[in-house]
Design a protein around this ligand. Sequence first.
Ligand code: FES
Length: 509
Amino acid sequence: MNTERNMPQYPASYWRESVSLPEYPRLNESIKTDVGIVGGGITGITAAYLLTKEGLNVTLLDAGKVLNGVTGHTTAKVTAQHGIIYNELIQHFGKEKAAQYYQASNEAKQFIEKTIQTHNINCDYKEEDAYIFTNSEDYLSQLEAEKDAYDQLEIASELSGSIALDVPIKSALNMKNQAQFHPLKYLKTMTEKAVENGLQIFENTTATDIDRNKHPSIVTREGRRVNCRYVIQASHYPFYDGEGFYPVRMYPERSYIIAVKTPKTFPGGMYINAESPTRSIRSVNMNDEDLWLIGGDSHKTGQGESTIKHYEALQDYAAKQFGISEFKYRWSAQDLTTLDKLPYIGPVTKNEDNIFVATGYRKWGMTNGTIAAKIITDRILEKDNPYRDLFAPSRFQADPSVRKFAKMNTDVAKHMIRGKLEYTNDNVKNLKPDDATITRVRGKRTGVYKDEENQIHAVDTTCKHLGCEVNWNSGDRTWDCPCHGSRYSYTGDVIEGPAKEPLNKVDLE
Ligand code: FES
Protein backbone atom coordinates (compact mmCIF):
# COMPACT_ATOMS: atom_id res chain seq x y z
CA MET A 1 0.00 0.00 0.00
CA ASN A 2 1.27 3.44 -0.86
CA THR A 3 1.09 5.21 2.48
CA GLU A 4 1.58 8.58 0.78
CA ARG A 5 -1.96 8.25 -0.51
CA ASN A 6 -3.37 7.69 2.95
CA MET A 7 -5.03 10.42 4.89
CA PRO A 8 -2.72 12.19 7.37
CA GLN A 9 -3.53 11.10 10.91
CA TYR A 10 -3.93 14.62 12.26
CA PRO A 11 -5.59 17.65 10.73
CA ALA A 12 -3.26 20.53 9.80
CA SER A 13 -3.91 23.46 7.51
CA TYR A 14 -1.52 23.98 4.61
CA TRP A 15 -1.71 27.74 5.18
CA ARG A 16 -0.60 27.40 8.80
CA GLU A 17 2.08 24.83 8.01
CA SER A 18 3.69 26.90 5.25
CA VAL A 19 4.16 30.16 7.15
CA SER A 20 5.89 30.80 10.44
CA LEU A 21 4.27 33.46 12.56
CA PRO A 22 5.71 35.24 15.57
CA GLU A 23 4.35 34.59 19.03
CA TYR A 24 2.82 37.31 21.15
CA PRO A 25 2.49 37.55 24.93
CA ARG A 26 -0.54 37.05 27.11
CA LEU A 27 -2.16 40.20 28.53
CA ASN A 28 -1.05 40.41 32.15
CA GLU A 29 -2.27 43.85 33.14
CA SER A 30 -5.13 46.20 32.47
CA ILE A 31 -4.44 48.71 29.71
CA LYS A 32 -5.97 51.62 27.83
CA THR A 33 -6.25 51.88 24.06
CA ASP A 34 -8.29 53.70 21.41
CA VAL A 35 -9.64 50.57 19.73
CA GLY A 36 -9.75 47.07 21.21
CA ILE A 37 -10.08 44.34 18.60
CA VAL A 38 -10.99 40.82 19.64
CA GLY A 39 -10.01 38.16 17.10
CA GLY A 40 -6.90 37.94 14.96
CA GLY A 41 -8.29 36.76 11.62
CA ILE A 42 -8.63 38.65 8.34
CA THR A 43 -11.21 41.06 9.80
CA GLY A 44 -9.27 41.91 12.95
CA ILE A 45 -5.88 42.21 11.26
CA THR A 46 -7.21 44.28 8.36
CA ALA A 47 -9.00 46.61 10.79
CA ALA A 48 -5.84 46.92 12.90
CA TYR A 49 -3.81 47.70 9.77
CA LEU A 50 -6.25 50.42 8.65
CA LEU A 51 -6.63 52.05 12.06
CA THR A 52 -2.94 52.09 12.99
CA LYS A 53 -2.19 53.63 9.61
CA GLU A 54 -4.42 56.54 10.68
CA GLY A 55 -2.49 56.92 13.93
CA LEU A 56 -4.95 55.25 16.32
CA ASN A 57 -3.75 53.29 19.28
CA VAL A 58 -4.96 49.72 18.70
CA THR A 59 -4.80 46.56 20.81
CA LEU A 60 -5.72 43.15 19.44
CA LEU A 61 -6.58 40.16 21.65
CA ASP A 62 -6.84 36.58 20.48
CA ALA A 63 -8.09 33.69 22.62
CA GLY A 64 -5.55 31.40 20.97
CA LYS A 65 -3.00 32.29 18.33
CA VAL A 66 -3.39 35.03 15.75
CA LEU A 67 -4.42 33.72 12.31
CA ASN A 68 -5.28 30.29 13.60
CA GLY A 69 -9.08 30.49 13.40
CA VAL A 70 -11.23 30.36 10.30
CA THR A 71 -8.79 32.55 8.33
CA GLY A 72 -6.07 29.94 8.85
CA HIS A 73 -8.40 27.24 7.56
CA THR A 74 -10.09 28.79 4.52
CA THR A 75 -9.98 27.94 0.79
CA ALA A 76 -8.79 31.55 0.29
CA LYS A 77 -10.71 32.45 -2.84
CA VAL A 78 -10.86 36.20 -3.40
CA THR A 79 -14.06 36.32 -5.37
CA ALA A 80 -17.48 37.91 -5.59
CA GLN A 81 -18.85 34.57 -6.80
CA HIS A 82 -20.24 33.34 -3.50
CA GLY A 83 -22.08 30.28 -4.76
CA ILE A 84 -25.48 30.80 -6.38
CA ILE A 85 -26.60 34.00 -4.66
CA TYR A 86 -27.25 36.94 -6.98
CA ASN A 87 -30.61 35.82 -8.33
CA GLU A 88 -31.75 35.25 -4.75
CA LEU A 89 -30.42 38.65 -3.67
CA ILE A 90 -32.25 40.38 -6.52
CA GLN A 91 -35.50 38.55 -5.64
CA HIS A 92 -35.18 39.32 -1.97
CA PHE A 93 -33.50 42.73 -1.75
CA GLY A 94 -33.92 44.16 -5.24
CA LYS A 95 -31.40 44.85 -7.96
CA GLU A 96 -29.79 47.85 -6.30
CA LYS A 97 -28.81 46.03 -3.13
CA ALA A 98 -27.72 42.92 -5.01
CA ALA A 99 -25.47 45.20 -7.08
CA GLN A 100 -24.11 46.72 -3.87
CA TYR A 101 -23.23 43.29 -2.53
CA TYR A 102 -21.32 42.52 -5.70
CA GLN A 103 -19.65 45.90 -5.64
CA ALA A 104 -18.59 45.49 -2.02
CA SER A 105 -16.97 42.11 -2.79
CA ASN A 106 -15.30 43.60 -5.82
CA GLU A 107 -13.90 46.47 -3.77
CA ALA A 108 -12.59 43.98 -1.21
CA LYS A 109 -10.69 42.28 -4.02
CA GLN A 110 -9.32 45.62 -5.21
CA PHE A 111 -8.28 46.51 -1.66
CA ILE A 112 -6.41 43.22 -1.29
CA GLU A 113 -4.72 43.76 -4.66
CA LYS A 114 -3.70 47.30 -3.81
CA THR A 115 -2.34 46.31 -0.40
CA ILE A 116 -0.28 43.56 -2.03
CA GLN A 117 1.14 46.06 -4.52
CA THR A 118 1.80 48.74 -1.90
CA HIS A 119 3.85 46.42 0.30
CA ASN A 120 5.11 44.17 -2.44
CA ILE A 121 3.70 41.12 -0.65
CA ASN A 122 4.69 37.80 -2.09
CA CYS A 123 1.51 35.85 -1.29
CA ASP A 124 0.92 33.79 -4.45
CA TYR A 125 -1.82 36.18 -5.56
CA LYS A 126 -3.14 35.09 -8.91
CA GLU A 127 -6.10 36.18 -11.00
CA GLU A 128 -8.32 33.26 -11.99
CA ASP A 129 -11.82 32.93 -13.35
CA ALA A 130 -14.28 31.46 -10.84
CA TYR A 131 -16.80 28.81 -11.91
CA ILE A 132 -20.01 27.35 -10.52
CA PHE A 133 -20.67 24.06 -12.25
CA THR A 134 -23.39 21.47 -12.10
CA ASN A 135 -23.85 17.95 -13.31
CA SER A 136 -27.44 17.81 -12.19
CA GLU A 137 -30.45 18.57 -14.43
CA ASP A 138 -32.14 20.04 -11.36
CA TYR A 139 -29.69 22.93 -11.17
CA LEU A 140 -29.64 23.92 -14.84
CA SER A 141 -32.48 26.40 -14.46
CA GLN A 142 -30.86 27.86 -11.33
CA LEU A 143 -27.61 28.45 -13.18
CA GLU A 144 -29.55 30.07 -16.03
CA ALA A 145 -31.36 32.35 -13.56
CA GLU A 146 -28.02 33.19 -11.97
CA LYS A 147 -26.56 34.04 -15.39
CA ASP A 148 -29.55 36.32 -15.97
CA ALA A 149 -28.82 37.98 -12.59
CA TYR A 150 -25.16 38.46 -13.63
CA ASP A 151 -26.33 40.12 -16.85
CA GLN A 152 -28.67 42.44 -14.97
CA LEU A 153 -25.82 43.40 -12.65
CA GLU A 154 -23.38 43.70 -15.58
CA ILE A 155 -21.04 41.05 -14.17
CA ALA A 156 -18.74 39.71 -16.88
CA SER A 157 -19.57 36.01 -17.22
CA GLU A 158 -20.23 33.10 -19.53
CA LEU A 159 -22.53 30.11 -19.28
CA SER A 160 -21.05 27.12 -21.03
CA GLY A 161 -21.29 23.37 -21.33
CA SER A 162 -17.65 22.62 -20.64
CA ILE A 163 -14.79 23.66 -18.35
CA ALA A 164 -11.08 22.94 -18.33
CA LEU A 165 -11.34 20.91 -15.12
CA ASP A 166 -11.81 17.23 -15.81
CA VAL A 167 -15.11 16.60 -14.03
CA PRO A 168 -18.45 15.64 -15.56
CA ILE A 169 -20.65 18.70 -15.99
CA LYS A 170 -23.84 19.74 -17.70
CA SER A 171 -23.31 23.47 -17.34
CA ALA A 172 -20.98 26.03 -15.74
CA LEU A 173 -21.22 29.73 -15.04
CA ASN A 174 -18.02 31.68 -14.73
CA MET A 175 -17.20 35.05 -13.22
CA LYS A 176 -14.17 36.51 -14.87
CA ASN A 177 -11.04 37.96 -13.28
CA GLN A 178 -11.42 36.75 -9.72
CA ALA A 179 -8.39 35.73 -7.64
CA GLN A 180 -6.79 33.40 -5.13
CA PHE A 181 -3.88 33.85 -2.74
CA HIS A 182 -2.08 32.56 0.32
CA PRO A 183 -4.04 34.33 3.06
CA LEU A 184 -1.46 34.00 5.82
CA LYS A 185 1.43 35.31 3.73
CA TYR A 186 -0.75 38.32 2.97
CA LEU A 187 -1.91 38.83 6.55
CA LYS A 188 1.52 38.23 8.05
CA THR A 189 2.79 41.32 6.24
CA MET A 190 -0.27 43.33 7.22
CA THR A 191 0.28 42.32 10.84
CA GLU A 192 3.93 43.41 10.63
CA LYS A 193 2.95 46.76 9.15
CA ALA A 194 0.34 47.32 11.86
CA VAL A 195 2.83 46.37 14.58
CA GLU A 196 5.33 48.86 13.07
CA ASN A 197 2.56 51.46 13.42
CA GLY A 198 2.05 50.64 17.10
CA LEU A 199 -0.41 47.71 17.16
CA GLN A 200 -0.14 45.69 20.36
CA ILE A 201 -1.09 42.01 20.13
CA PHE A 202 -1.88 39.67 23.02
CA GLU A 203 -2.40 35.97 22.41
CA ASN A 204 -3.90 33.30 24.69
CA THR A 205 -6.07 36.08 26.10
CA THR A 206 -9.78 35.29 26.11
CA ALA A 207 -12.23 38.17 26.14
CA THR A 208 -15.28 37.13 28.11
CA ASP A 209 -17.34 40.27 28.41
CA ILE A 210 -17.64 43.96 27.69
CA ASP A 211 -18.37 46.32 30.50
CA ARG A 212 -20.34 49.24 29.18
CA ASN A 213 -19.63 52.43 31.01
CA LYS A 214 -19.17 55.73 29.23
CA HIS A 215 -16.50 53.90 27.27
CA PRO A 216 -16.44 50.14 26.87
CA SER A 217 -13.96 47.87 28.66
CA ILE A 218 -13.10 44.43 27.34
CA VAL A 219 -12.89 42.05 30.30
CA THR A 220 -10.61 39.02 29.98
CA ARG A 221 -10.96 35.65 31.65
CA GLU A 222 -8.17 36.58 34.06
CA GLY A 223 -10.03 39.76 34.99
CA ARG A 224 -7.75 42.18 33.10
CA ARG A 225 -9.38 45.07 31.33
CA VAL A 226 -8.77 46.76 28.03
CA ASN A 227 -10.35 50.18 28.36
CA CYS A 228 -11.25 51.46 24.90
CA ARG A 229 -13.15 54.05 22.97
CA TYR A 230 -14.27 51.39 20.52
CA VAL A 231 -14.45 47.59 20.50
CA ILE A 232 -14.46 45.48 17.34
CA GLN A 233 -15.63 41.90 17.84
CA ALA A 234 -13.89 40.09 15.00
CA SER A 235 -14.00 36.82 16.86
CA HIS A 236 -16.22 34.98 14.41
CA TYR A 237 -19.05 34.53 16.93
CA PRO A 238 -19.66 37.72 18.96
CA PHE A 239 -18.66 37.00 22.55
CA TYR A 240 -20.68 40.02 23.65
CA ASP A 241 -24.23 39.92 22.40
CA GLY A 242 -25.63 43.14 23.88
CA GLU A 243 -29.07 41.51 23.52
CA GLY A 244 -28.61 41.40 19.77
CA PHE A 245 -29.80 37.74 19.94
CA TYR A 246 -27.09 36.48 17.63
CA PRO A 247 -27.43 32.82 18.68
CA VAL A 248 -30.88 32.66 17.11
CA ARG A 249 -29.95 34.72 14.08
CA MET A 250 -27.14 32.54 12.75
CA TYR A 251 -26.29 28.88 12.38
CA PRO A 252 -22.85 27.29 12.15
CA GLU A 253 -21.70 24.89 9.46
CA ARG A 254 -18.52 22.89 9.35
CA SER A 255 -16.79 22.08 6.08
CA TYR A 256 -13.66 20.16 5.16
CA ILE A 257 -10.64 20.56 2.92
CA ILE A 258 -8.08 18.07 1.72
CA ALA A 259 -4.82 19.03 -0.02
CA VAL A 260 -3.53 16.37 -2.38
CA LYS A 261 -1.14 15.91 -5.26
CA THR A 262 -2.61 14.22 -8.30
CA PRO A 263 -1.04 12.83 -11.49
CA LYS A 264 -2.81 15.61 -13.42
CA THR A 265 -1.76 19.19 -14.09
CA PHE A 266 -4.19 21.68 -12.62
CA PRO A 267 -5.86 23.51 -15.53
CA GLY A 268 -6.27 26.88 -13.73
CA GLY A 269 -9.51 28.41 -12.43
CA MET A 270 -11.40 28.10 -9.15
CA TYR A 271 -14.42 25.86 -9.03
CA ILE A 272 -17.44 25.09 -6.91
CA ASN A 273 -20.43 22.94 -7.74
CA ALA A 274 -24.04 24.01 -7.32
CA GLU A 275 -25.44 20.82 -5.84
CA SER A 276 -24.90 19.00 -2.56
CA PRO A 277 -22.55 17.75 -1.33
CA THR A 278 -20.42 20.78 -2.16
CA ARG A 279 -17.15 20.31 -3.99
CA SER A 280 -14.87 23.35 -4.09
CA ILE A 281 -11.62 23.04 -6.03
CA ARG A 282 -8.57 25.25 -6.50
CA SER A 283 -4.83 24.72 -6.52
CA VAL A 284 -1.81 26.21 -4.82
CA ASN A 285 1.74 26.09 -6.00
CA MET A 286 3.86 24.13 -3.53
CA ASN A 287 7.53 23.82 -4.49
CA ASP A 288 6.65 24.20 -8.18
CA GLU A 289 4.06 21.46 -8.00
CA ASP A 290 0.26 21.75 -7.97
CA LEU A 291 -1.34 21.03 -4.67
CA TRP A 292 -5.05 20.51 -5.24
CA LEU A 293 -7.34 21.86 -2.54
CA ILE A 294 -10.64 20.03 -2.57
CA GLY A 295 -13.22 21.21 -0.08
CA GLY A 296 -16.84 20.80 0.84
CA ASP A 297 -19.03 18.15 2.48
CA SER A 298 -20.38 20.71 4.92
CA HIS A 299 -22.91 19.99 7.66
CA LYS A 300 -24.29 21.74 10.70
CA THR A 301 -21.68 21.75 13.43
CA GLY A 302 -21.93 18.91 15.91
CA GLN A 303 -24.46 17.09 13.76
CA GLY A 304 -22.24 15.19 11.36
CA GLU A 305 -21.85 11.67 12.77
CA SER A 306 -18.19 10.70 12.39
CA THR A 307 -16.43 13.69 10.89
CA ILE A 308 -13.73 11.46 9.42
CA LYS A 309 -16.33 10.29 6.94
CA HIS A 310 -16.47 13.82 5.49
CA TYR A 311 -12.74 13.77 4.82
CA GLU A 312 -13.15 10.30 3.34
CA ALA A 313 -15.91 11.53 1.04
CA LEU A 314 -13.54 14.23 -0.30
CA GLN A 315 -10.74 11.69 -0.58
CA ASP A 316 -13.00 9.32 -2.58
CA TYR A 317 -14.07 12.17 -4.85
CA ALA A 318 -10.47 13.28 -5.47
CA ALA A 319 -9.30 9.71 -6.09
CA LYS A 320 -12.13 9.05 -8.54
CA GLN A 321 -11.97 12.33 -10.45
CA PHE A 322 -8.26 13.10 -10.51
CA GLY A 323 -6.29 10.32 -8.80
CA ILE A 324 -4.28 10.93 -5.62
CA SER A 325 -0.51 10.51 -5.77
CA GLU A 326 0.12 12.08 -2.36
CA PHE A 327 -2.20 13.13 0.44
CA LYS A 328 -0.55 16.13 2.08
CA TYR A 329 -2.99 17.87 4.44
CA ARG A 330 -6.52 17.83 5.72
CA TRP A 331 -8.31 20.42 7.81
CA SER A 332 -11.75 21.75 8.55
CA ALA A 333 -13.33 25.13 9.15
CA GLN A 334 -16.55 26.45 10.53
CA ASP A 335 -18.54 29.44 9.48
CA LEU A 336 -21.83 31.08 10.28
CA THR A 337 -24.78 31.92 8.06
CA THR A 338 -27.24 34.67 8.93
CA LEU A 339 -31.01 34.90 8.53
CA ASP A 340 -30.89 36.56 5.13
CA LYS A 341 -27.42 35.28 4.07
CA LEU A 342 -25.79 38.72 4.29
CA PRO A 343 -23.11 39.16 6.97
CA TYR A 344 -23.80 41.18 10.12
CA ILE A 345 -21.33 44.06 10.08
CA GLY A 346 -21.71 47.14 12.26
CA PRO A 347 -22.88 48.15 15.74
CA VAL A 348 -23.76 45.07 17.80
CA THR A 349 -27.23 46.55 18.48
CA LYS A 350 -29.04 49.62 17.24
CA ASN A 351 -28.29 51.50 20.43
CA GLU A 352 -24.54 50.96 20.49
CA ASP A 353 -22.25 53.19 18.57
CA ASN A 354 -18.90 52.01 19.85
CA ILE A 355 -19.17 48.20 20.05
CA PHE A 356 -19.06 46.53 16.66
CA VAL A 357 -19.54 43.05 15.34
CA ALA A 358 -18.51 41.34 12.10
CA THR A 359 -19.79 37.83 11.52
CA GLY A 360 -21.92 35.54 9.36
CA TYR A 361 -19.66 35.40 6.30
CA ARG A 362 -21.27 32.20 4.91
CA LYS A 363 -17.79 30.82 4.13
CA TRP A 364 -16.77 33.77 1.96
CA GLY A 365 -14.55 35.38 4.56
CA MET A 366 -11.71 36.72 2.40
CA THR A 367 -13.93 39.32 0.75
CA ASN A 368 -16.53 39.65 3.52
CA GLY A 369 -13.84 39.98 6.23
CA THR A 370 -12.12 42.71 4.22
CA ILE A 371 -15.41 44.53 3.63
CA ALA A 372 -16.19 44.29 7.35
CA ALA A 373 -12.85 45.79 8.35
CA LYS A 374 -13.40 48.67 5.94
CA ILE A 375 -17.00 49.40 7.01
CA ILE A 376 -16.20 49.37 10.73
CA THR A 377 -12.96 51.33 10.49
CA ASP A 378 -14.65 53.93 8.26
CA ARG A 379 -17.26 54.32 10.98
CA ILE A 380 -14.61 54.76 13.68
CA LEU A 381 -12.73 57.22 11.47
CA GLU A 382 -16.02 59.06 10.82
CA LYS A 383 -15.93 58.42 7.08
CA ASP A 384 -18.94 57.47 4.98
CA ASN A 385 -19.16 53.96 3.66
CA PRO A 386 -21.68 53.06 0.94
CA TYR A 387 -22.25 49.55 2.34
CA ARG A 388 -23.01 50.48 5.94
CA ASP A 389 -26.80 49.96 5.75
CA LEU A 390 -26.68 46.85 3.59
CA PHE A 391 -24.78 44.90 6.24
CA ALA A 392 -26.13 46.61 9.40
CA PRO A 393 -26.89 43.86 11.95
CA SER A 394 -30.06 45.67 13.00
CA ARG A 395 -31.66 45.28 9.56
CA PHE A 396 -34.56 42.93 9.26
CA GLN A 397 -35.85 41.49 6.05
CA ALA A 398 -38.47 38.78 6.02
CA ASP A 399 -36.98 36.04 3.95
CA PRO A 400 -37.98 32.52 3.00
CA SER A 401 -35.03 31.37 5.08
CA VAL A 402 -36.78 32.65 8.20
CA ARG A 403 -39.06 29.65 8.03
CA LYS A 404 -36.02 27.42 7.68
CA PHE A 405 -34.57 29.22 10.64
CA ALA A 406 -37.58 28.56 12.79
CA LYS A 407 -36.96 24.91 12.02
CA MET A 408 -33.28 25.27 12.90
CA ASN A 409 -34.20 26.72 16.23
CA THR A 410 -36.51 23.80 16.78
CA ASP A 411 -33.42 21.76 16.05
CA VAL A 412 -31.58 23.62 18.80
CA ALA A 413 -34.32 22.81 21.31
CA LYS A 414 -34.17 19.21 20.15
CA HIS A 415 -30.42 19.08 20.73
CA MET A 416 -30.76 20.63 24.15
CA ILE A 417 -33.21 17.93 25.18
CA ARG A 418 -32.15 14.95 23.14
CA GLY A 419 -28.49 15.36 24.00
CA LYS A 420 -29.44 15.15 27.63
CA LEU A 421 -31.42 11.95 27.25
CA GLU A 422 -29.40 9.95 24.78
CA TYR A 423 -26.13 8.35 25.50
CA THR A 424 -24.25 5.28 24.44
CA ASN A 425 -23.34 2.49 26.77
CA ASP A 426 -19.85 1.95 25.42
CA ASN A 427 -17.60 0.75 28.13
CA VAL A 428 -14.89 3.27 28.86
CA LYS A 429 -12.54 0.42 29.73
CA ASN A 430 -12.80 -0.94 26.18
CA LEU A 431 -12.06 2.40 24.62
CA LYS A 432 -9.21 2.23 22.09
CA PRO A 433 -6.46 4.87 22.06
CA ASP A 434 -7.46 7.99 20.10
CA ASP A 435 -11.14 7.19 20.47
CA ALA A 436 -14.00 8.73 22.42
CA THR A 437 -17.35 7.75 23.80
CA ILE A 438 -20.23 9.22 25.72
CA THR A 439 -21.32 7.66 28.95
CA ARG A 440 -22.93 8.52 32.27
CA VAL A 441 -20.89 9.31 35.33
CA ARG A 442 -22.87 9.80 38.52
CA GLY A 443 -25.92 10.46 36.36
CA LYS A 444 -24.23 13.12 34.24
CA ARG A 445 -23.66 12.82 30.51
CA THR A 446 -19.89 12.61 30.18
CA GLY A 447 -17.60 12.63 27.15
CA VAL A 448 -14.54 10.43 27.49
CA TYR A 449 -11.52 10.51 25.18
CA LYS A 450 -8.53 8.20 25.48
CA ASP A 451 -5.38 9.75 24.00
CA GLU A 452 -2.54 7.86 22.33
CA GLU A 453 -0.67 7.54 25.63
CA ASN A 454 -3.78 5.84 27.05
CA GLN A 455 -4.52 8.89 29.14
CA ILE A 456 -8.25 9.37 29.78
CA HIS A 457 -9.83 12.82 29.46
CA ALA A 458 -13.41 13.10 30.73
CA VAL A 459 -15.58 16.18 30.42
CA ASP A 460 -19.15 17.13 31.25
CA THR A 461 -20.76 17.42 27.81
CA THR A 462 -23.03 20.34 28.69
CA CYS A 463 -21.98 23.28 26.54
CA LYS A 464 -21.04 26.36 28.55
CA HIS A 465 -22.85 28.66 26.17
CA LEU A 466 -26.55 27.88 26.57
CA GLY A 467 -26.51 24.31 27.77
CA CYS A 468 -26.85 22.11 24.66
CA GLU A 469 -24.96 18.83 24.65
CA VAL A 470 -21.69 18.58 22.71
CA ASN A 471 -20.83 15.65 20.46
CA TRP A 472 -17.50 14.08 19.53
CA ASN A 473 -15.85 15.16 16.29
CA SER A 474 -13.54 12.28 15.49
CA GLY A 475 -11.97 14.03 12.50
CA ASP A 476 -10.58 16.92 14.54
CA ARG A 477 -10.65 15.38 18.04
CA THR A 478 -12.91 18.08 19.39
CA TRP A 479 -16.21 18.28 21.25
CA ASP A 480 -18.58 20.29 19.03
CA CYS A 481 -21.85 21.91 20.03
CA PRO A 482 -24.71 21.43 17.55
CA CYS A 483 -26.57 24.55 18.67
CA HIS A 484 -24.33 27.55 17.96
CA GLY A 485 -21.07 25.96 17.02
CA SER A 486 -18.89 26.19 20.14
CA ARG A 487 -15.97 23.80 19.92
CA TYR A 488 -13.81 22.42 22.70
CA SER A 489 -10.56 20.46 22.72
CA TYR A 490 -10.63 16.93 24.14
CA THR A 491 -9.49 18.40 27.44
CA GLY A 492 -12.53 20.71 27.36
CA ASP A 493 -10.75 24.00 26.55
CA VAL A 494 -12.63 26.41 24.28
CA ILE A 495 -11.35 26.38 20.70
CA GLU A 496 -14.19 28.37 19.22
CA GLY A 497 -17.00 30.40 20.84
CA PRO A 498 -19.62 31.57 21.58
CA ALA A 499 -18.80 29.56 24.73
CA LYS A 500 -16.24 31.40 26.86
CA GLU A 501 -15.61 28.87 29.62
CA PRO A 502 -14.12 25.38 29.31
CA LEU A 503 -16.25 22.27 29.76
CA ASN A 504 -16.22 20.98 33.34
CA LYS A 505 -13.78 18.16 33.86
CA VAL A 506 -15.18 14.93 35.28
CA ASP A 507 -13.32 12.66 37.65
CA LEU A 508 -13.96 9.04 36.68
CA GLU A 509 -12.64 7.60 39.99
FE1 FES B 1 -24.70 27.64 22.16
FE2 FES B 1 -23.45 25.38 22.70
S1 FES B 1 -22.85 26.91 21.38
S2 FES B 1 -25.31 26.06 23.48
